[in-house]
Write a protein that binds this ligand. Structure first.
Ligand SMILES: CC(C)(COP(=O)(O)OP(=O)(O)OC[C@H]1O[C@@H](n2cnc3c(N)ncnc32)[C@H](O)[C@@H]1OP(=O)(O)O)[C@@H](O)C(=O)NCCC(=O)NCCS
Length: 323
């Protein structure tokens, strides 16, 4: 594989069409985007550190990252998240993705990030760039009518993609478990929220001055009986988490299956009545309930001194490093 491919910063005027084509060729974009979604995508790119690699003067590979923070032992550490790595159909297997990824790693280190992370397409590739696989995410598929929390008797507010600034602020304030990551730009929330017309949010404005305190955002894979995928939940207290589960239970007369990525420190099974019976009854069917675990994310250290500092925090530590 050739190395040291030349890369350069993305330039919207010069590269927008080529980068659009790359996204379409890999299947990350299809059809024409409605204007709000196209605008959200443009903002997402603008708020990113975006790098391209050319063939014959045309961008054929695109990679991007965004700054954020990771909660490590209760303290935020500076984080950079790789959000895209794509190579066009004519440019594969010549090291362009590797070169743009390496440029992002270098840039994030220079910008002061302690740790970098990404969602991997598969395991194996990013190890070449120093990444290792993180913890499992647990996906819980359950019948919301079997949640053992009280129905939510308060009326929630409806949220739409137009509320993305408030939703993003609430996500940044959310109760985070060890290792949880937030990306700074609200473009991340807006771009996801505008992905599909049928997606919706429900929440409560219990914060000072009516500030959004807790909410969830849902993609009804199949409107009607579901499955409904909860794309994110944001809450500041565990009582608020239980209230959000209550909202899902409210939908349980109609919706047969909900998918939640378990927040850190939570086991959805604790909140279900007779989960084994339900699993046996629904086995093999469209609404089968089950939990599955997969590690989707990889991470690497960028600043060893600060990373060791975060691990050691108040305690003294002896560290030996093999390079
Ligand atoms: C993934 C992708 C960006 C790679 O682009 P590329 O420019 O062809 O990649 P590179 O030339 O830098 O690297 C290719 C090398 O990686 C290797 N590789 C690819 N996947 C691998 C894996 N899972 N494990 C180990 N090696 C892997 C290839 O075998 C090849 O190695 P070789 O040259 O030693 O044979 C490209 O396939 C793509 O755009 N896919 C669709 C979008 C996508 O999934 N992006 C990743 C998001 S995380």
């Amino acid at each position: 594989m050739p190395h040291a491919q030349p890369v350069r910063k993305y330039d919207a005027d010069r590269d927008a069409d080529a980068v659009d084509r790359i996204h379409r060729e890999v299947g990350w974009l299809g059809g024409s985007l409605p204007k709000p979604r196209a605008d959200a995508r443009e903002r997402f790119i603008r708020d990113s550190t975006a790098i391209v690699a050319d063939i014959d003067g045309v961008a054929e590979c695109y990679a991007a990252s965004m700054p954020g923070s990771m909660l490590y032992r209760g303290r935020p550490i500076a984080f950079s998240g790789i959000t895209s790595v794509l190579t066009s159909r004519i440019a594969r297997q010549r090291g362009l993705a590797g070169a743009t990824t390496a440029a992002l790693v270098r840039r994030a280190a220079l910008d002061g990030a302690t740790v970098m992370g990404l969602g991997m397409f598969d395991q194996g590739y990013y190890e070449r760039h120093g990444f290792g696989t993180g913890a499992y995410d647990h996906y819980a598929m359950f019948d919301p009518s079997l949640l053992n929390v009280p129905y939510c008797r308060r009326t929630p507010v409806r949220l739409t993609a137009d509320d993305c600034e408030q939703m993003h602020a609430a996500r940044l304030r959310r109760l985070r478990a060890h290792g949880a990551v937030s990306l700074d730009s609200s473009a991340t929330t807006e771009f996801t929220a505008r992905r599909s017309d049928g997606d919706f949010g429900l929440g409560f404005r219990d914060g000072a001055g009516g500030q959004l305190s807790h909410h969830l955002w849902v993609n009804p894979d199949r409107p009607g009986t579901g499955p409904y995928k909860v794309l994110w939940m944001a809450y500041e207290t565990y009582d608020q988490f239980v209230e959000l589960l209550g909202l899902l239970r409210n939908l349980g007369d109609q919706v047969y299956l909900v998918r939640v990525v378990e927040p850190g420190g939570i086991q959805i099974q604790d909140f279900l009545d007779r989960p084994f019976r339900r699993h046996a009854e629904a086995k093999g069917g469209t609404y089968e309930t089950y939990s599955t675990a997969v590690a989707n994310f990889q991470f690497r250290v960028l600043d060893v001194t600060r990373a060791v500092d975060a691990v050691a925090s108040a305690h003294s530590a002896e560290v030996s490093i093999r390079i």
